[in-house]
Design a protein around this ligand. Structure first.
Ligand code: NAP
Length: 308
């Protein structure tokens, strides 16, 4: 006789996508476990104030919102465990998740492991995180009204977010390590045409300095070696984003950048396995999208379990 799984649904990741999925899953009377490796809440734990989440006319602190999600999930009976999943065995009707602390079995798995922004790894970056250093213009841009900000990177994200910042900041200086942008031509053109945007080419930030808040950056010209210091109120880092996917390599299909390939109903390449939020391909990387993805994944898991 086939082994009976312990859970109907196991969700990997306790961020917004995972918590939203858990609430829908448990309310569909599915025995639901959320496995989180660090802290319940995911990326919103690192967001000072959230001003763009519908339904909250006043800003809400990210950690406060995380607590509300957890409270709601717990009220309906979601179980939580802290563990780091290292491997997945997804063949067949019983899915097995192998963690550092234990093994878990489920009829369906929802992957919401999220991702991490690449960091500059320079002095001052961690010290001023949330006090001038940001990885999210949409979240934090409003705090830089009429101020001078710096965007690091030459890709689509740097241009997109840099252009967004021109709406509120006095000036946006893009620091890029080459003299050619990687971003799509249309975004490049918009950036070059915007009078608030300027470019520092062939340069890298060596240090972020301040006094409580960010005040300046130390730049190195990578061609001449010249070191200079430039005043700025904020540093927005857009040098790529990497999904947290080590544990699922070879188990589900990933795109070229390592995100889980899903369809619009969050089905992955493996029946009974779903993915939601920042870890999935084409994610908008917004809180509201992560929540919506999580809901869609839970409903798909419900259909998979009840309809086969
Ligand atoms: P990306 O395309 O990989 O660009 C990263 C940028 O950061 C590059 O210009 C790179 O420089 C620079 N960089 C990387 N490591 C660095 C370091 N250690 N120090 C300084 N600079 C560094 O990443 P992304 O902009 O986050 O975009 C990721 C994906 O999302 C892309 O496929 C992108 O098309 C997509 N996306 C699309 C849109 C849109 O269509 N509107 C918006 C956002 C993102 P080099 O150029 O020298 O390598």
């Amino acid at each position: 006789m086939a082994e009976e799984p312990t859970y109907d649904v196991v969700i990997i990741g306790g961020g917004a996508a995972g918590l939203a999925a858990s609430i829908y899953s448990v309310r569909a009377m599915l025995k639901t476990l959320v496995i989180e490796r660090q802290a319940i809440g995911g990326q919103i734990l690192y967001t000072g104030e959230i001003e763009n989440y519908p339904g909250f006319p006043e800003p809400i602190a990210g950690p406060d919102l995380a607590m509300l999600y957890e409270k709601q999930a717990t009220r309906f009976g979601v179980e939580f465990v802290y563990d780091t999943i290292t491997r997945l065995e997804l063949d067949g009707p019983v899915k097995k998740l192998i963690g550092e602390e234990g093994e878990y079995t489920a009829k369906a798995v929802i992957i919401t492991s999220g991702g991490e922004h690449n960091k500059l790894e320079v002095p001052g970056e961690d010290e001023f995180a949330g006090r001038g250093v940001s990885y999210c213009a949409t979240c934090d841009g409003n705090f830089f009204r009429d101020q001078d900000v710096t965007v690091v990177g030459g890709g689509d994200a740097a241009m997109d977010e840099g252009l967004y910042l021109t709406r509120m900041a006095s000036s946006v200086t893009v620091v890029h390590r080459r003299e050619e942008l990687r971003a799509s031509k249309i975004l490049q053109q918009r950036a070059f045409d915007n009078p608030k945007m300027s470019f520092v080419w062939n340069s890298a930030i060596k240090e972020i300095k301040g006094d409580g808040d960010v005040k300046s950056i130390v730049l190195e010209n990578l061609k001449t070696g010249e070191i200079s210091e430039q005043d700025t109120n904020g540093v927005f880092v857009y040098i790529g984003f990497h999904p947290i996917n080590e544990f699922m390599i070879g188990a589900v299909d990933l795109d070229a950048a390592g995100h889980v390939v899903t369809d619009i109903q969050m089905n992955t390449s493996v029946p009974g396995v779903f993915a939601a939020g920042d870890v999935r391909t084409f994610s908008e990387r917004q809180l509201a999208n992560a929540v919506g993805d999580g809901v869609a994944a839970a409903l798909s898991a419900y259909r998979y379990i009840t309809e086969g």
